[in-house]
Ligand binder design. Structure first.
Ligand code: ATP
Ligand code: MG
Length: 570
């Protein structure tokens, strides 16, 4: 491609409102432009990278037995009403009406469409298993679109759906997708980790992993063991029950004044007690029922674990008014001792080893002291309810937890029969009995993956593309277009390199050499070849973008040199 004619506007300055490297560089190098908040156009350079990533995805999906298809973005609201997600997805779901006032949505994913398709076409076990996928545009009205294409409102996803007659089949499909994803992200040059994730109310037996690209700007926290392969999203990372039952109580329960002391910190300072000796009590509303959840004062309750404890998608923290109504006092003074009978009490494992603890007295400005679980209050269930902390023991018994930040680029999920039951997708088994089809779903954020690649592959001068996803292989520069020898050599090499199968961006612009070098570093193709002062002697200057080595190479040996170089390049 001749750069003279190429639509790739570059920018010198850091664009306003772009806070992270990938967003800044995608704008500056001319890969994308914003059309609306969270909505982007891909310019030719960006589109080339998209195509490269898509081809890797396609390649591995096909190899894993996937069949590519294409489903519509516009979907009838009825389908989403059938699955229940028309209300469940809330304002994130983009909605629209046609000219007849009929309701439609813009697809956020395609479980509904694919399940209804399969429902109508697949009725026998003989057609199973099956794995269908597409690479297509998704719409989500994110609360905070940001970081460019990392969290946008319109984005490109690869979504796959598997259909099986039994759990073993699902396991197989899930494993195949897990392997394919590992291959895809490795080929994209990413440093990533597959972590156990929240399966919510529908996941069942540990069937979900997120693929996380390690990056300081990641919105997710990965909790991993420093001594084994165990890694999980902080949201669900398990804390093992290493707590012994408390020694028998020695002191009697007593009440103490704690005027206006509501937080753990205030109470612990006021009473001179370590936060680990306090009980933290939070009132949740789960399935419309009040639940008092307690943990140690130095721990944090994990709302996802609370919801999962009841097999629900959400556990909602009660508002001040509800707390007052249920517990008879404000949130800062509630506790499990003397709690109303109809309030279920569940506690984190750590609570059972507390002795002589402090908790709210369910009365304003008062706390109990010398509280003993089992004597002063009963716990319905002791469970893992807290957020793991760095240094906690890992659940596989090996090592302790460490944290890292990650960008979720992919997600594999055992759906089970949620959608097939809701939409009535069933098949007849060998014995002629009807069963719901067992499904899995598997997503990759194709556009987000590009941003993640950039987060891990750039320097202060610009992008550094891994060769597998680079928009071109080579950047060929004529440093001075007024010098005939340079132009002649440039043109010859442009021909030659293309006949040798290289994808070449040819900077034939009438710009100063300094401008060209800067743009070249910014765009970040793996190898730069400059035709400069020594063109007449048949010598070019070659620079490897990653590492920055510069070498003068005789044109005669250039092709051989490039072959060797590309073999070694990431
Ligand atoms: P997140 O927690 O980041 O919102 P999600 O759990 O909603 O992600 P999924 O529904 O599992 O995401 O979608 C599959 C993949 O699509 C994700 O792994 C991610 O790579 C990508 N993705 C999701 N939302 C966005 C978005 N707003 N912009 C870009 N990519 C996205
Ligand atoms: Mg989301």
């Amino acid at each position: 491609m001749r750069q003279q004619l190429f639509f790739s506007p570059t920018m010198r300055d850091v664009p306003q409102g772009a806070d992270i490297a990938s967003h800044q560089l995608m704008l500056r190098a001319g890969l994308i432009r914003q059309t609306a908040s969270g909505v982007y156009s891909y310019l030719p350079l960006g589109k080339r990278v998209l195509r490269k990533v898509e081809e890797i995805v396609r390649d591995e999906m096909d190899a894993a037995g996937g069949q590519e298809m294409l489903m519509p973005a516009i979907q009838p609201a009825e389908l989403w009403q059938e699955s229940g997600r028309y209300t469940d997805m809330g304002p994130e779901l983009m909605r629209l009406k046609d000219r007849h006032e009929r309701d439609f949505v813009l697809g956020a994913t395609h479980e509904e469409v694919i399940t209804s398709l399969v429902r109508d076409e697949v009725t026998s076990y003989k057609k199973l298993p099956m794995n269908l996928y597409q690479i297509q545009t998704k719409y989500r009205d994110e609360r905070r679109p940001r970081f460019g294409v990392l969290r946008s409102r319109e984005f490109i996803m690869k979504d796959a759906y598997s259909f099986d007659a039994d759990e073993e089949g699902l396991d197989k499909n899930y494993q195949a997708m897990y392997q394919a994803y590992s291959a895809i992200f490795t080929r994209c040059g990413l440093d990533y980790r597959a972590v156990e994730a929240d399966a919510g109310a529908i996941g069942g037996n540990g069937g979900t992993h997120e693929f996380m690209v390690l990056s300081a700007i990641g919105e997710d926290t990965i909790a991993y063991s420093d001594a084994s392969d165990y890694a999980a999203n902080l949201e669900i990372a398990a804390v093992p029950d290493n707590y012994k039952k408390a020694d028998p109580a020695e002191k009697l329960l007593s009440t103490t004044e704690t005027p206006a002391m509501k937080t753990i910190k205030e109470v612990s300072n006021y009473l001179g007690q370590d936060p680990s000796k306090l009980l933290k009590s939070l009132l949740f509303i789960v399935n419309e029922q009040p639940v008092l959840v307690i943990c140690r004062g130095d721990h944090e309750i994990n709302e996802i674990k609370v919801a999962n404890a009841f097999g629900e998608m959400h556990a909602e923290l009660a508002d001040q008014e509800t707390v007052q109504q249920v517990m008879g006092t404000e949130p800062g003074f509630i506790g499990p001792v003397n709690a109303p009978e109809h309030v279920e009490i569940i506690a984190d494992f750590a609570v059972k080893s507390l002795n002589a603890a402090v908790c709210g007295a369910n009365e304003a400005d008062k706390h109990f002291q010398n509280v003993h679980p089992g004597r002063d209050f009963q716990v319905n269930r002791f469970m893992d309810l807290r957020i793991v902390q760095e240094g906690d023991a890992a659940p596989d018994g090996k090592g302790t937890y460490r944290f890292a930040k990650g960008i979720e680029v992919g997600h594999v999920f055992k759906l089970g029969t949620k959608y097939s039951e809701a939409l009535g997708a069933s098949f007849l088994d060998e014995n002629g009995r009807s069963n719901p089809i067992i499904m899995g779903c598997y997503g990759i954020g194709v556009s987000r993956t590009i941003a993640a690649v950039i987060e891990q592959n750039h320097d202060e001068n610009g992008l550094i593309w891994p060769k597998s996803v680079a928009p071109f292989d080579l950047h060929l520069l004529i440093l001075n277009t007024k010098q005939e020898e340079q132009v002649k050599l440039g043109e010859e090499l442009y021909e030659l390199l293309r006949t040798k199968g290289y994808d070449v961006l040819f900077d034939d612009r009438k710009e100063r050499a300094g401008v060209k070098f800067k743009d070249s570093d910014l765009i970040g193709l793996p190898v730069r070849i400059a035709c400069g002062k020594k063109a007449a002697q048949g010598v070019v200057e070659v620079k490897i973008r990653r590492g920055g080595e510069v070498e003068e190479i005789q044109v005669d040996s250039l092709i051989e040199y490039l072959q060797k170089t590309f073999e070694k390049l990431v």
